[in-house]
Design a protein around this ligand. Structure first.
Ligand code: PMP
Length: 397
């Protein structure tokens, strides 16, 4: 059992939530004493806050290189953004095609709709693209909804090619960028993305705010996601509303201004650090982690595709002889290392990969260094060496 508070916590759970960057935390502290309700008041604080909130949309638009006429809607998180688009599709009709590797956030909202078809990903990216192509060719769909990077394995999908496939068959594409946007540059325009969603808390900003960026027509045609003030431009004496078009249509109620501003601050900070630097940093850590894991006896990495090396900083793995829970508790209790264990809200994928009871996920980001990786590897090595003693569980608190 870990007893000294002197052990530095090694956080390997960036894929769940990435701790706020210093610039984001400072921006939040700056904004806290002087924020007010947006779009409502004539007072100075209301004006300043409204300006900050609207500026945040523009910062996000630039960060993801969206079209000038795309809507940038602030939501609660990725899940909320996808549910918002699903709400629009429910009214609009049309089939949805998804892969079985998706996080539940990009699976369950669509499965509520009658026309959703789930395609099983193949063992290679190439075969998976071909399977999606065939599926869309066999029957038209309104939308291909797909993750940019797997939250289980970190494998990155070829977004531009997926967008071309969708468009060739008259469908639009929704990209779940939750696991990509903090790690690799994304361009709505050059990747050909119709809708992009992500969460602030995986982008080094706090919980509670997310984004849906994309084409305005479907969003403006749908009834508001939530009914209420802010979404309504005018309500007649008979109570009949005339709804706004634009982002406000789907942002009823007082919005999470601080969350939106923090997302914008995170975008600015990441752009300042630069994706080249972020890429080098994460690549070096990933190589070190992958090589170290491969050298450990009975540690099996999780992979969906055999033909891609493009991964963000996520390593899913299992350790022979130990449940994922035991591994995670051992690392936490004995070494102050925080990994994630379980099925990562991707139950169908974990079952298909042969881990119906779950696996371990170590994920990292800008605050991780080589020493953290070595600590994780040494701790796993120690655990593996105790495989045959049968005394690991009883040492856990
Ligand atoms: N999609 C992916 C790929 C994710 O990793 C996650 C979070 N684990 C989500 C969607 C859902 O994000 P949130 O909980 O912020 O809505």
């Amino acid at each position: 059992m870990l007893d000294g508070s002197s052990v530095r916590y090694a956080n390997f759970d960036y894929a769940a939530s990435a701790p706020a960057l210093r610039a984001v935390a400072d921006g939040l502290l700056d904004a806290l004493p002087q924020y007010a309700s947006v779009h409502r008041g004539a007072g100075a604080l209301s004006q300043i806050t409204t300006h900050r909130y609207e500026q945040a949309r523009e910062t996000v638009r630039r960060f993801v290189r969206a079209r000038t006429d795309d809507h940038v809607v602030f939501t609660r998180n990725t899940t909320d953004s996808i549910n918002l688009l699903a709400h629009c599709l429910a009214e609009r009709g049309g089939d949805i095609v998804v892969l079985d590797i998706e996080h539940h956030a990009n699976l369950l909202p669509w499965q509520r709709l009658s026309g959703t078809r789930v395609v099983t990903a193949c063992g290679t990216v190439e075969d998976t693209l071909a399977a999606l192509d065939a599926e869309l060719a066999s029957k038209p769909a309104a939308l291909l909804a797909i993750t940019a990077a797997s939250n289980v394995t970190g494998e990155v999908l070829p977004i531009s090619r997926l967008a071309s496939i969708a468009h060739r068959h008259g469908a639009r594409i929704l990209v779940d960028g939750a696991q990509l946007v903090a790690h690799q540059p994304i361009s709505v325009v050059s990747h050909g993305i119709d809708y992009l969603v992500f969460s602030g808390h995986k982008l080094y900003a706090p919980f509670g705010a997310g984004v849906l960026v994309g084409r305005g027509d479907w969003l403006d045609e749908a009834s508001p996601y939530l009914a209420g003030g802010g979404a309504s431009a005018e309500v007649g004496a008979d109570g009949a509303p005339h709804w706004h078009s634009g982002p406000a249509r789907h942002e009823a109620g007082s919005p999470n201004v601080l969350g939106a501003v923090s997302i914008a601050d995170a975008c600015t900070a990441l752009a300042g650090i630069g994706f080249e630097h972020i890429g080098h940093h994460e690549h070096a850590l990933r190589e070190r982690l992958d090589a170290g894991l491969a050298a450990l006896d009975g540690v099996r990495p999780l992979r969906i595709f055999a033909d891609t090396d493009n991964r963000v900083g996520i390593a899913g793995f299992a350790v022979d002889g130990f449940s994922a829970r035991t591994v995670a508790c051992y690392l936490a209790d004995h070494h102050g290392i925080g990994v994630r264990d379980g099925r990562f809200c991707a139950h169908p994928l974990l079952a298909r990969l042969g881990y119906p009871d779950g696996a371990v996920r170590a994920s990292f980001g800008l605050g991780t260094d080589a020493d953290d990786v070595d600590r994780l590897l040494n701790a796993l090595s120690e655990l593996v060496s105790r495989r045959d003693t049968g005394r690991v569980e009883e040492s856990l608190g």
